[in-house]
Design a protein around this ligand. Sequence first.
Ligand SMILES: N[C@@H](CCC(=O)N[C@@H](CS)C(=O)NCC(=O)O)C(=O)O
Length: 337
Amino acid sequence: MQLIKTIAVSTALAAASGLAQADETLDAVKAKGFIQCGVSQGLPGFSNPDDQGDWTGLDVDFCRAMAAAVFNDAEAVKFTPLSAKVRFTALTSGEIDVLARNTTWTMSRDSDFGEFVGVNYYDGQGFMVPTSLGVASALELDGAAVCTNTGTTTELNVADYFRANNLNYTVVAFEKADEVVAAYDAGRCDVYTTDRSGLAAQRTKLSKPDDHTVLPEIISKEPLGPLVRHGDSQWADVARWTLNCMINAEEAGITSANAADMASSDDPGIKRILGSDGDLGAKIGLDNAFCAQVVSAVGNYGESYDRNVGPDTPLKLERGVNALWSEGGLLYAAPQR
Ligand SMILES: N[C@@H](CCC(=O)N[C@@H](CS)C(=O)NCC(=O)O)C(=O)O
């Protein structure tokens, strides 16, 4: 009796606070008709509203890909802009269904806040300085004032790095990224430190982007990836296999332009990825053609990379370690079989 009462109370509490019960997020998302995706407050290339207010970026594409996987409609998604500081509470409280916000996968976050489902950008922390400072290495930054964001992995990394190298520094930290950019642009600090992709993105907002230099040091590992709440392995699978689908599609040569035709390919591996053979999608509560829906609507990982952060975008980021394993990079998705 006592046990039944406890279960009833905890279920009611969980329902009231929007917390995930086992395997309930996919049903809840289907019932409301869209995915609520937590993103940044504006980071070009990753999650950024354009002039029309439409969200674009690598993380935004991942959210749209999930919507295409669940609804066959990449528009069935709403975006919640979040500062670094509040992002995890938004997930654990049930305000969002998934967090895709240039978020570093660390052990403490994986245990405290949610389940990371993979990596959509391998990064590392770097430093940017005004070229006029004449600094060529981070080891010359003794005594520097360092601008950064609160609520990020950045502060601990920079403390470790300066201590390890016996350098003094002062931190000038803000919650909003635009405040960091404005402070650095106004010369309130000597150095801007964050993920290197973040430096490439924020640089585009400076009054004179070409007057700044990114130093050669990479002081940390920042594997950036999406996460979902703990305790709902079906929803974690939906997120994980959406990401794997985009990476596997690139490896198999499946693109937004050819996905429909490739479904009738003779290649059994391609047929399994696209769902024209087997029942892989049904195993995680989706249509067997979920991956075909994703790639047709959003493209494969490489298409999304090139469109959002690649060499032909303002961020100008080479594929580097974010190339497929078969091209010498780190992207290695578990197979769809
Ligand atoms: N990857 C790091 C840093 C994430 C982060 O918040 N970076 C800042 C600077 S690039 C940012 O996203 N700013 C955009 C915003 O706050 O909307 C983490 O997960 O803690």
